[in-house]
Design a protein around this ligand. Sequence first.
Ligand code: ADP
Ligand code: ADP
Ligand code: MG
Length: 673
Amino acid sequence: MIKKILIANRGEIACRVIKTARKMGVKTVAVYSDADKDALHVSMADESVYIGASAAAESYLVMDKILAAIKDTGADAVHPGYGFLSENKDFANALKKIGVAFIGPNVLAIEAMGDKIASKNLAIDAGVSCVPGHMGLIEDADEAVKIANKVGYPVMIKASAGGGGKGMRVAYTDEEAREGFQSSKNEAKSAFGDDRIFIEKFIESPRHIEIQVLGDKHGNIIHLGERECSIQRRNQKVIEEAPSPFLDEATREKMGAEAIALAAIVDYDSAGTVEFIVDKDMNFYFLEMNTRLQVEHPVTELITGVDLVEQMIRVAGGEKLSLKQKDIKLTGWAIESRIYAEDPYRNFLPSIGRLSRYRPPAEGTTDSGAVVRNDTGVYEGGEISMFYDPMIAKLCTWGEDRSIATHAMRRALDNFQITGVGHNIPFLSAVMEHDRFERGDLTTNYIAEEFPEGFEGVSLNAGHRRKIACCAALMAQMVAQRSANATGVLQGHKRPIPTDLSVEIEGMQYDVHTQRTNGSYLVTSTDGTDKAAIELEISSGWYPGQSLVSAIIDNEPFVFNASPIPEGYRVKYRGADVEVKVRTHVAAKLAKIMPEKVIADTSNLLLCPMPGVIVSILVKEGDEVQDGQALAVVEAMKMENTLRAEKKSTIVKINAGPGDNLAVDEVIMEFES
Ligand code: ADP
Ligand code: ADP
Ligand code: MG
């Protein structure tokens, strides 16, 4: 029986493991770097050990430091979480040597599955269907082109040691294969210290569906159904759900059986995930096996009721799995939204900063019987640093069916407040409102197809727009009321509070009339097109200064974010980010004849889209460039990003060179205007 677990990780997953350990009465040890000395996982654990500088390569990735912490604290087991040392066979081996339990699979399983080429060869032996390709190493760009032609375009160029969507490029042409080979190789070298590359067929418009498996040291292996993770950007998951809206029972069984067959070949003895891509005809192909707890494991927990971390701890301690395949029942539907510190308006590039506000929605069971779960490792006032993964939280909802889970997710996102860092909540909300998501018609191209120009925000639907207009009028009144109360005391009279207001949103004009009834307001509004003004009954405990506006409108909750701007509010709701102007009718007439502000034109500049380092500049002053031509490569958070020309033009001036550290929006080069 395991008594004390050291968690060789940080952030939400360290907190997640500590929760279960505590529930089981097992003691916990946290490790932390400089950047994490005030982190949540440190305060949650029973003990903590400092392991070095902020860069992971000097702390979380240094085996000797973790081994020393184990010795100092007498921990008898290690949970590695995901990332860092979780799939490092040398680490698992070192633990084995000192008799400390590794809460993960056996060393041989890690070794065999850690390498994409080796695992595919094993999968072929186990009778698992694989993506067709060339399962050997590729030496140079010329060979890459040759093999790409043999496999047939489009191809995926991949790092054998790859993970986290890194070291991976799609190529449709020889030129792209050449360029992709080089950038995959560079990225793989810097991310994994291993730049072996192979090439497989790129399956177009597939779904990503994976099977959760669980094994013990007594030869038992079961599966816990699938998760669909097709909503991805940069080949990385953002929204996952279980079960998949696509699979039928027969395919689920077939995929489950193949996943178990593969796991059995390496005597798999922990929680693990077998990833597949599935084409439109429900043919499925093995991608890779992740020999660890997966980020999106909560959705499986929510539909099976199994605590995967508890199972991992039990089997690592030598217990037999108490669950049989027939005990696994999939109940209801669960969705996970990964909340990232990243800017959806700038191609999802990471952002960093202090969480000046962090208020997640309430966890637990909601009025409609849905469940909200939020896994996080941050707190208000904490910092999202450049050193680690920019994930802020994993917001999950469960409902009896997919539609209930989706509605619960919309509401949970409405109630999530984050300021201080750029984040993707507007994007997640927009997806939850989207028809195609509602239909479950997903592929890994979903984001690229539905947001081809990047995410630019969405428009409010007519119903939501009207509700916001009416709430904004009420809010303006409450502000006026408060200042009337204050000045009234001083001057001995009260200013009249306007009950007739003009509200402008997204170019629409609403005439709003409010009338106080007992405890709530009757608000009538017209946008000029209505035959008769529309009435809403609104009550809200909002007061000036609050940024979350929580109201009950016609007996249904309605929640949005608002911050004051001159003459009104900036409102964020369901992916829309709009200015709402509230004026008296006289002021509204005057506003119409005010000149409009001119916005600076930056279309002839190449701006650095994120804080990062210039790796290379691919053009020189005076060059004529074509639409789509690569101009510069910027590295940020270990990812190389190629910046391309948006139109045909000539380079007039170059302001930056390789090695330069640039801030966001710094000018890299200027084009002829
Ligand atoms: P990682 O180790 O980075 O997770 P994977 O091999 O699991 O790498 O691939 C990550 C994602 O990239 C997949 O979920 C899928 O969307 C996409 N992908 C990978 N290989 C292919 C392929 N051959 N065809 C189409 N998409 C692919
Ligand atoms: P959810 O039910 O998941 O919260 P909805 O978008 O269906 O999400 O509804 C949010 C609120 O807006 C609810 O109060 C709903 O009744 C209202 N609403 C949605 N669409 C409209 C519409 N077109 N006209 C008026 N009210 C709407
Ligand atoms: Mg993967």
